[in-house]
Design a protein around this ligand. Structure first.
Ligand code: SF4
Length: 374
């Protein structure tokens, strides 16, 4: 095992108003197998066995199929100010852009990689881009293609979520980022913690399929902070979850902090897979920053079952500054090579069709009355 971080032992409170409010959804039918602290710090043969167990759990549920989606980043304007992100509104050195939806539509309709079944439309938190770029893009894609469509657009007002769904998308990617509300506030994560959770619950209640996620290895993150991410994820009405390694991004407040350990991140991914074998868990491109050369493949080896090809036009990419301007771009070739090297195969079924074929996964409407009579 590698050393655990020092820190307080205060377990974060998860009794936010959003989780207690009537009418919100809880993943109440599934009893997840929660990780232990020791599992997050495994190394060597024990770690390998842990990751193999996770990979087997994924294979038992999904076979050797991996969902392949493309991502287009359509705006780097953001009204939020997350300490760990180069697109924070206080970063004045960034050239801000909004894509032309017709250019992106042309790319996705006529020039998309053959292996991709879904597209994820992503932006900073930018309601203008939602109205001017994302909505017409979704309407065009819905008319012209059978791509599954997901969006990652942050905290928006409810009518905007409804408009996006109405336009023809069904999957929302919205990370809760950090389960400890105090740390969430200290990192200036998007909006307010309670509101973020309430938004996730609203999306679930209105029929979206949701992928959430959290960051591993943040500065001053304790073991309890890490475990709280699993507790919160298990309580939320979500269908998938990512683990992103903390990368000290250029032009952020945390640029001089140490990068997350790849081993810690991969152990979290394996623990997440064992907690919920039925979830869709991505191998995120930042794994290649935390572990140059093989981080991404090792992600697939822990039971990840979603990969993402970056399709953002080259002239926008360097200003979509999640971490570094000089980005390691996951092209179709790189993705397909990584999948093949791990004896996996691209899924011919889209993620959207996979979800549509399922019942809502073990989620029930939770009300105080139901709890009282249980
Ligand atoms: S992480 Fe997202 S919400 Fe936060 S500053 Fe970056 S783009 Fe904006």
């Amino acid at each position: 095992m590698f050393p655990r971080p020092k820190g307080d032992r205060v377990f974060p409170q998860l009794n936010s108003f959003a989780l207690q409010a009537p009418g919100f959804y809880f993943a109440a039918m599934i009893q997840p197998s929660m990780p232990t602290a020791d599992q997050l710090y495994l190394l060597g043969a024990d770690q390998e066995a842990f990751h193999q167990k996770a990979a087997l759990a994924a294979r038992a549920r999904f076979g050797n199929q991996v969902f392949v989606r493309g991502v287009v980043e359509v705006s780097n304007f953001c009204r939020e100010n997350c300490a760990y992100c180069g697109m924070r509104r206080s970063n004045r050195s960034l050239n801000r852009f909004r894509a032309d939806y017709e250019q992106i539509a042309e790319l996705l309709i006529h020039h998309r990689p053959a292996s991709m079944t879904d597209v994820n439309i992503q932006a900073g938190e930018d309601p203008v881009a939602v109205r001017e770029v994302v909505l017409p893009l979704i309407q065009t894609l819905r008319r012209e293609t059978d791509l599954g469509i997901s969006v990652c657009l942050g905290s928006l007002n409810h009518s905007m979520y409804d408009d996006l769904k109405q336009a023809g998308t069904s999957i929302y990617v919205i990370k809760f980022e950090i389960a400890n509300p105090k740390m969430y506030a200290a990192m200036e994560s998007p909006g307010q913690f309670d509101q973020r959770i309430a938004n996730i619950c609203y999306l679930a209640k209105t029929g979206w399929r949701i992928s959430s996620g959290f960051i591993a290895g943040l500065p001053r993150q304790t073991t309890d902070d890490l475990l709280a991410n699993f507790t919160l994820a298990a309580q939320l009405p979500i269908d998938g979850c990512s683990v992103s390694p903390f990368i000290p991004g250029e032009e952020t407040l945390l640029a001089n902090e140490p990068m997350a350990s790849l081993d810690l991140t991969l152990n979290c991914m394996a623990a997440l897979r064992l907690m919920r074998p039925d979830w869709v868990i991505p191998s995120v491109s930042a794994l290649n920053l935390a572990g140059a050369g093989n981080g991404y493949r090792r992600g697939l080896r822990t039971g990840a079952n979603l990969v993402t090809i970056n399709l953002t036009p080259a002239d926008f990419r360097e200003n979509y500054l999640l971490y570094k301007r000089n980005r390691f771009i996951m092209t179709e070739d790189r993705i397909l090579n990584a999948i093949a090297a791990e004896d996996l195969e691209p899924s011919s079924q889209s993620l959207a069709d996979f979800y549509a074929a399922q019942k809502v996964n073990g989620t029930v409407t939770f009300t105080p009355q139901a709890a009282a009579s249980a």
